[in-house]
Design a protein around this ligand. Structure first.
Ligand SMILES: Nc1ncnc2c1ncn2[C@@H]1O[C@H](COP(=O)(O)OP(=O)(O)OP(=O)(O)O)[C@@H](O)[C@H]1O
Length: 623
């Protein structure tokens, strides 16, 4: 089936405007970044349902409307003070803005497969998360769940293992944090179990692992907001800082430990943390955690220390990308899991306007300078409202480009793995607050970081594979907001041409003719480059579908993403008591016009659905 066939005529998709000249979002008024961006870069989008004007925020204690901003970290009790300032207010305008932004995700097709899949919800109130957590969800201005939250939270709250894939910036963090916090709060033995003390190990009930220190910190801070005043004890452990402070915190006992793998192994080996009580295990950026770099450590933590086995603990894996090989590996850690894909696995959100420019290596610096100068000459200097994130391939190049940009009048700061942790944190802080509105980074900043006002991501050097590209550009265009991504494509990047062109086409981007040409040439001339699964048709991809043992996972329900879904679900459940109950998977889509795949539930599948082919994915080029 062609992509055109996947969307009914009635399903509006923004067409990309013709762009006579380059005009990055930095040039727009700082009062209204989203609206200005859309007016100037993608004017047609302002007529779309993606668009919601964002008036300057006036709400006391509010940040960018997707949750309170907490920046005063010097005081260890900062979160209490800051959160105390927040009331659960009825700010209808603000709520409407946030909700409108998130409308952008409504039409994304969803597929789930596995046995007895708990059905999705429409609101947070439909799930028994507990009063304290619900109050904090309101405090964070999360009015309604995003699609990944609507689907993943009920599955996780029901105690099921989960492998979940959803686009960057679509709210995966809350999707695993809410069930974990809620589970911990409901556990009557949590307080007695949490361990701690000078001579005893801390015994967390939940472990959240993330690949970078900054991402661990971010998840820790988010979870503290969600667990505010609930009594849940949350701690973070990551390398690059003295271990003793973190150990002292653990002595108070901990329910939820957020950690990077290396530091956690160290703590377990020192017998300061025991994993024997772990009931919930979440891996954020799970494909990265299980790639060649991290897998041995993850195996050690999950299989060779005292963690309860799959089936006894609940395991949740989340990422925006999930290559087939990694899914296969990941299944070692899961038991009878549900596979959930919001959008096609590895797809990018079309909230991000993607541009690709053919720039040879030796011209890159001047090209970048021209780009930044044109932004400046158009009237809007870089500021805290318009941050630019530049990705380069190596640490050395990051330092060099930082110096070169600064020398040429563009304050920039570098962040990479060779900097000491204090410098890394300082760079991120300086970037976030706009003191240094250009961050030059290696892939250490490519995953998970949720930095407000990153309006432009520039791939000065292209990443090694398309999944890394998806994560990098995903630092902009988050929580329903628009963003811009510019890639400098050189002769060295030919192996990416095909997957990049496919990815862009899939997210409704204008693909330059030269790129399509290179894509054709490259795929014709190489049998063995990086191959991603068919990017032309949608298909949330559960690798089990391609295996001989997939017989229990081959039923598919297709239902629409919006209200029709619930109508179809209700009708189906009335007509068919087995609806979503055994050996099922369902695929939610925005499509009204599709073919019914083999084994679909005939009730649910009747008017909606997709046929999709599964191809193989070869994981390659992980850093
Ligand atoms: N239900 C919601 N309502 C309002 N804002 C939300 C909601 N869920 C998440 N957000 C906000 O959306 C932003 C992106 O969320 P998050 O960082 O969890 O995305 P993600 O899917 O994990 O992205 P990535 O793939 O890059 O890690 C955050 O600022 C978060 O506060």
């Amino acid at each position: 089936m062609t992509r055109t066939g996947m969307f009914s005529e009635s399903t509006w998709k923004p067409t990309r405007p013709t762009r006579p000249r380059y005009l990055p979002p930095h040039l727009r008024s700082p009062q209204n970044d989203n609206a200005a961006f859309l007016d100037n870069v993608a004017p047609e989008l302002t007529r779309s349902r993606f668009y919601s004007p964002q008036p300057a925020r006036t709400t006391r204690g509010r940040g960018r409307g997707r949750g309170p901003r907490f920046t005063a970290r010097r005081n260890p009790n900062w979160e209490d003070e800051k959160f105390d300032e927040l009331e659960v207010v009825d700010d209808t305008l603000e709520e409407a803005n946030v909700a409108n932004n998130l409308e952008a995700y409504e039409d994304i097709p969803v597929q789930a497969s596995g046995d007895d899949i708990p059905p999705p919800v429409k609101t947070f109130d439909e799930i028994n998360l507990g009063d304290g957590l619900k109050q904090n969800i309101r405090r964070c201005n999360y009015i309604k769940p995003t699609p990944i939250q609507r689907h993943a939270i009920p599955i996780a709250v029901a105690g099921r293992d989960l492998m979940a894939c959803a686009q960057t910036g679509s709210g995966k963090t809350a999707a695993f944090c809410f069930p974990i916090i809620s589970g911990v709060l409901k556990d009557p033995l949590a307080v007695t179990r949490r361990g701690g003390g000078v001579s005893t190990a801390a015994c967390p009930l939940a472990l959240i692992l993330a690949p970078t220190r900054e991402l661990s910190c971010q998840i820790y801070e988010e979870s503290k907001k969600f667990a505010y005043k609930t009594g849940a004890q949350i701690a973070v452990a990551y390398g690059g800082t003295p271990i003793y402070q973190q150990l002292r915190r653990l002595e108070k006992g901990v329910d939820i430990l957020v950690a990077t793998p290396g530091r956690l192994v160290d703590m377990v080996e020192r017998a300061r943390v025991s994993l024997g009580m772990i009931k919930y295990l979440a891996l954020d950026e799970a494909d990265r955690m299980l790639d060649m770099g991290f897998e041995p450590q993850i195996r050690k933590i999950v299989e060779q220390m005292d963690m309860p086995p799959p089936g006894t603990r609940q395991t949740m894996l989340f990422s925006a990308t999930f290559p087939d090989e990694i899914q296969r590996l990941a299944s070692d850690f899961l038991s009878d899991y549900v596979f959930l894909a919001v959008g096609r696995v590895g797809s990018s959100t079309d909230l991000i306007v993607q541009r690709v420019e053919l720039v040879q290596e030796m011209d890159k610096r001047n090209h970048l300078l021209d780009l930044l100068r044109s932004q400046r000459s158009n009237g809007t200097p870089h500021s805290k409202h318009f941050l630019t994130l530049v990705f380069v391939e190596t640490k050395k190049r990051a330092d060099e480009l930082e110096r070169w940009l600064s020398r040429n009048g563009f304050p920039a700061i570098a962040m990479h793995g060779d900097k000491v942790q204090m410098e890394r944190e300082q760079a991120l802080r300086s970037f976030k607050c706009g003191a240094t509105p250009i961050l030059v980074a290696t892939d250490v900043a490519s995953r998970g970081l949720d930095i407000p006002h990153v309006a432009h991501v520039i791939n000065f050097d292209m990443p090694k594979n398309i999944d890394d590209y998806v994560h990098r550009i995903g630092r902009t265009g988050r929580a329903g907001k628009c963003g811009l991504a510019t890639a400098f494509f050189s002769d060295r990047n030919m192996s990416l041409a095909k997957s990049l062109a496919e990815l862009m086409k899939e997210s409704n981007q204008e693909v330059p003719t030269w790129l399509s040409q290179h894509a054709e040439n490259y795929s014709a001339g190489s049998a063995g480059g990086w191959v991603r699964h068919d990017a032309v048709d949608f298909g949330g991809y559960d690798y089990r579908k391609g295996t001989a043992s997939s017989s229990t996972h081959n039923n598919t329900y297709d239902v629409p993403a919006t209200d029709g879904y619930y109508a179809a679900a209700a009708a189906a459940s009335v007509n068919d008591p087995t609806f979503l109950s055994s050996g099922d998977c369902y695929a939610e889509s925005s499509n009204d016009d599709y073919l019914v795949a083999d084994g679909m539930n005939p009730y649910a599948a009747a008017p909606y659905g997709y046929m999709y082919g599964y191809g193989s994915v070869i994981a390659s080029g992980w850093d």
